[in-house]
Design a protein around this ligand. Structure first.
Ligand SMILES: [Zn+2]
Length: 434
């Protein structure tokens, strides 16, 4: 049994939670139907009235919302309260041209901060801790979310934001940061830099809360070993609030979903049918507590599995497995679905570090995949034949895991650009080529 930030909800009996969810869902549907014309139209078209939703059992009757709906309704079409009641927006990066703007009332922010506080406490955080937030601040939800959570816990918060790695490490050593919050790829880069600067014994980190990117178990073990910490996963998306929709506990076997705020479902992504507990499918969330931007049955495009197995931490909140990757990150190469996290697993299990890039191209009407990965400094001094056999090993493993042939290029240490936010893992040059 561990410590909880809000034991009443984190350890609530399943029946109590379900009743609570039903009550909030009913209110949320009525609120949304009344104030969001866009969703009212979707409900009318589906022939569903607010009265048809009396409990969680009725959730499946509601129409889905997708990222396309959000784009269509941009910027105010899904706003459910007067703009004067909103105090903040956050936004997605819009790298795919699909920027999403989410609105928050002060109460929505408080609830979001509490969700992040639960994640910090689950990672062992208390008011004695120094929480070092290296997620980006600004429109991106990572920095503001963990910052707010850290305040709620009462920890000393270092709002570092991303970038300026030397300053990050200086503050980390001078102010004794104990909990690091950033993307896993940046955590790996910080670990590498700390090692090079010979400062490993000067840092006091004990835990890290890493999210906003798909990462593998091998990456977790690598970061844990290099920084001497326990690395916890955190999940969220701007559309639903930000980080803290779910978080990992000391058991590290999946992330507990804050079910008193978000109802999860798993659906068949092709038919929309709700799948039984334990089956793999697309994750769908309904936000039942926040009022400014309430999304009902939002399709995340994340593929994962839910589980209600008893957790040793004492939390009764349902758990979601680490998503296989967002379908946005998924590459389709020669008709085969490829997730970068599968490639990462192969590389790390072969002794490489997580400094890699995937280059996809189309040559003579056929897709090609090149996996560029840096040799570690140790491997770099190996003989050519040792390096060649390493290369062959990776080619074979990739073939068996992905089912397609990839070209593997081993490059010198430090030759792939480092990122201080989300790593640039994929370069897809196929656009416009037949
Ligand atoms: Zn747990």
């Amino acid at each position: 049994m561990g410590n909880y930030y809000q034991a009443e909800w984190e350890t609530a009996p399943v029946e109590k939670m379900r009743e609570h969810q039903g009550k909030l869902l009913k209110e949320q549907v009525a609120h949304t139907y009344k104030n969001v014309a866009y969703y009212r139209d979707l409900m009318d078209k589906a022939g569903v009235a607010p009265e048809d939703i009396q409990s969680v059992d009725d959730l499946h009757k509601l129409p889905f919302l997708t990222k396309d709906d959000l784009r269509e309704a941009y910027p105010y079409g899904l706003l459910a309260v007067p703009l004067a009641d909103c105090v903040r927006i956050q936004s997605t990066s819009g790298t795919t041209g699909r920027r999403v703007v989410a609105f928050y009332t002060q109460n929505d922010i408080d609830l979001w901060d509490e969700c992040c506080a639960r994640a910090i406490v689950a990672a062992g955080g208390t008011k004695e801790d120094v929480v070092h937030v290296s997620y980006g601040y600004g429109l991106f939800t990572g920095g503001p979310g963990l910052n707010g959570g850290s305040h709620k816990v009462g920890s000393l918060t270092l709002p570092m934001s991303s970038g300026n790695t030397e300053r990050q490490i200086q503050f980390m050593t001078d102010l004794g940061s104990t909990i690091l919050c950033c993307t896993p790829s940046y955590a790996a880069f910080l670990a590498e830099s700390i090692k090079e600067m010979g400062l490993r014994d000067k840092i006091k980190l004990k835990a890290g809360i890493f999210g906003a990117e798909a990462w593998s178990e091998e990456m977790r073990r690598h970061i844990e070993k290099e920084l001497g910490i326990r690395a916890f996963d955190i999940y969220g998306l701007t559309e639903i609030s930000g980080p803290g929709v779910s978080f990992e506990c000391e058991e590290q076997t999946g992330m507990h979903i804050n079910e008193d705020h978000f109802i999860p479902e798993i659906i068949n992504p092709n038919t929309g049918e709700v799948l039984p507990l334990g089956e793999k499918g697309e994750l769908v969330f309904t936000s039942i507590s926040k009022k400014a931007f309430p999304l009902l049955r939002y399709r995340t495009r994340d593929i994962c599995v839910l589980s209600r197995e008893k957790c040793s931490c004492g939390r009764t909140l349902i758990k979601m497995a680490k998503p296989m990757g967002r379908s946005d990150d998924m590459l389709i190469i020669r008709g085969v679905n490829v997730f970068p996290s599968q490639i990462e697993t192969v590389l790390l299990s072969s002794g490489f570090e997580a400094n890699y890039q995937l280059v996809v191209d189309r040559v003579n009407f056929s897709d090609t995949l090149e996996v560029k990965v840096e040799l570690t400094p140790d491997m770099f001094s190996d003989t050519v034949s040792v390096i060649e056999s390493k290369e062959n090993e990776v080619v074979h493993k990739l073939k068996s895991v992905l089912g397609i042939q990839a070209n593997v290029t081993l490059v010198a240490p430090k030759s792939i650009a480092r990122s201080e936010g989300k790593a640039v893992r994929i370069i897809d040059n196929r656009a416009g080529k037949i």
